[in-house]
Structure formats: C-alpha cells, structure tokens
Design a protein around this ligand. Structure first.
Ligand SMILES: [Zn+2]
Length: 328
C-alpha cells in the first residue's frame, strides 16, 4: 500500500470488514501475477517499440493517437503527481469519448485519455489541466485527486452479470462474444465476472504510463477503486495494476511475489497456495543463481542465493550453492 493511499483514505484500503481469508486470497493472486511478469513485460516492450508514442507539450502523439478536446476541464494549470486508471463501462471508444465530452449535463465526468480495445488512444484535455475523473467522496479526497492526477480510461465493460448462460453488462443487453475473466472485486472480495482487457490496451497503458512518469515525474499509478472508498471497483481485477507498476517503476518480480505471499501467510499462516508460491520463489532464485554461476557471475549468484536463503530454511539446493560459492 502506497503512502498516497494512507494519506487519502481513512483507514486501510483493505477494510477490516473483509475476512482474513479474502485478504489472503488477494495477496496470493497478486503474488502469482508477478510470476508472469518477465514474459509480459517483454511483450509490452516489443509492442511499445513497434508503436512508439511521445508527449509533446502536454499532448500525446504517435500512431493511433487522436485529439477530441472537451471543455470539461479546470482552468488553472496543475502539476500532476499520479495517474489513475479507469474502465469506461461502455461498448466502444466512440461512446466513451462522446460521454466524456458531453456538455448537455447528463454527466460531468471527463478524463485526459481513452484507450480503445485496438490500442488507439483519444486525448480529451492537455495533461496540465484537471479533468473530472475521480468523482466525489465524503472525505473530499477525490476532488483533490482531480487536481493532482491524470485520468486514463480504458474501454471496457467492467463487471458482467451472468444469466441464462450469457454475460450482460451493467447497461443491459447481451455480449455476443465476450472475453470474460472470473475474479473477486477489490472492494467486496466476492467472486464476479469481468470483461478482459486486450493485450494492445494494456501494453499501450504501460507505454503511456512510462511516458507520463518521465514527463511529469508521477510518483504512482492507481486504480480508481483505490481512491474511491467502496464507491468504485474500476478498472477491476482484470486490469493487472501490479504489473503496470512494475513496468513503470521497476523492481524484482520474485521479491514482490515473495512479499505478497508473506502478507498472505501473515493473515493465514496455513495458506497452502501462499506456501507453494513462496517455495516457487525460492526455486526461481536457485535457478537464477545456477544460471549466474554458469556465466561465471559470482556476484549475481551470491545475491540470488542470499535472497533464496532469506526465504527458506535448510533447503539443500541453497546449502549446496553456498558451498560452491565458498569454494575458491
Ligand atoms: Zn473510474
């Protein structure tokens, strides 16, 4: 949990109303997600290399980027500190852009960017003016957040309802060819169905987040649900926020996975999946140490062995690696 969250929300983001069980499951899911990080980040990088973007002035440019200015923005320049991800809960880009530019009074909401399912991007306001994407909250923190953040919407239906063997978005109707993920939401931790994001959308989100960090020095990227109390669930569990943060700020996926499993075990010491996850982290470090030794990189090998030793006790593989490293 980031300092910002502590600052903005009264109490813990994972409210005490949640059971230990639900909290443990959340940490296990996050830890497991980190195992897919290296391959996922490599694919995201390839996509970014093939579809480069840039920030010029306070606007994004590049292939597939268009401008649809809205008048729903603040007047005085802001210095954004965070990026906030959202789901549009619309069928497509056109509907999302239309709603976010609409001034008939049906919605006051706006945002800086909308990322379509095909990776196309619409920008509605320059990044140095506030848009109205975080909504209201009792504490007033959301209003302040509009002044401190860049709002990034992804075209996505969000939560889907399953009935009669079909999936339905909140606005009604039936999805003909839905991409569905089942996962608990971040607020209630109840298992639900969600529309999956496309790879192109997620890779673009990573690329944009990196550029915005470079340009504005953003200190974190958040999901709307993290700053909206229990009011919002978007962008939902189908959006891999931990991977996006890893892509933007770097870090060791194995260490992050271990930290998630440690948290799961803290609330549920007998959690079998968390124990398995932790064992897999140790195995990953052992493998990395062996690979480093094969390349004669003793220093890296020592680091990996130290990490593995921190997380295990009496592991024969770790002991044997230590013995090899002690040998002249
Ligand atoms: Zn939102």
């Amino acid at each position: 949990m980031t300092t910002l969250l502590r600052e903005l929300i009264a109490g813990d983001a994972f409210a005490p109303t949640r059971t230990f069980d639900e909290l443990a499951r959340f940490h296990v899911e996050t830890g497991t997600l980190y195992f897919s990080a290296p391959e996922w980040l490599a694919r995201a990088q390839r996509y970014a290399d093939e579809n480069p973007l840039a920030v010029e002035g306070d606007w994004l440019s590049g292939v597939g980027v268009s401008r649809w200015p809205t008048t729903k923005h603040g007047k005085t320049p802001i210095e954004p500190e965070y990026g906030v991800f959202h789901a549009t809960v619309t069928e497509n880009m056109d509907h999302a852009v239309q709603a976010l530019r609409d001034t008939s009074g049906s919605t006051t909401a706006s945002a800086h960017l909308v990322i379509g399912e095909d990776g196309s991007v619409a920008q509605l306001a320059p990044f140095n003016l506030a848009t109205y994407h975080t909504g209201r909250s009792a504490s007033g923190s959301a209003e302040r957040m509009n002044q401190r953040s860049i709002g990034i919407e992804l075209v996505n239906w969000g939560e889907l309802r399953k009935a009669g063997g079909a999936f339905h978005p909140a606005s009604g109707g039936t999805l003909s060819d839905p991409r569905v993920e089942a996962a608990p939401d971040a607020v209630s931790r109840k298992p639900k169905y969600w529309e999956a994001y496309t790879d192109r959308q997620l890779f673009r989100a990573v690329e944009i987040a990196r550029l915005l960090r470079q340009r504005y020095g953003l200190s974190d990227f958040l999901g709307h649900y993290e700053i909206a109390g229990d009011r919002k669930v978007d962008p939902g569990p189908a959006f891999p926020l931990p991977l996006v943060r890893l892509a933007v700020y770097g870090g060791d996926p194995n260490r992050l996975a271990a930290e998630s499993f440690r948290r799961a075990l803290e609330v549920d010491p007998g959690n079998a999946e968390a124990r398995e996850g932790m064992a897999k982290v140790v195995t990953n470090y052992v493998d990395l140490a062996r690979q480093a030794l094969a390349k004669n990189d003793r220093r890296a090998a020592e680091d990996y062995v130290a990490h593995a030793a921190d997380l295990s006790r009496g592991d024969a593989r770790v002991d044997s690696l230590r013995a090899r490293l002690r040998a002249p």
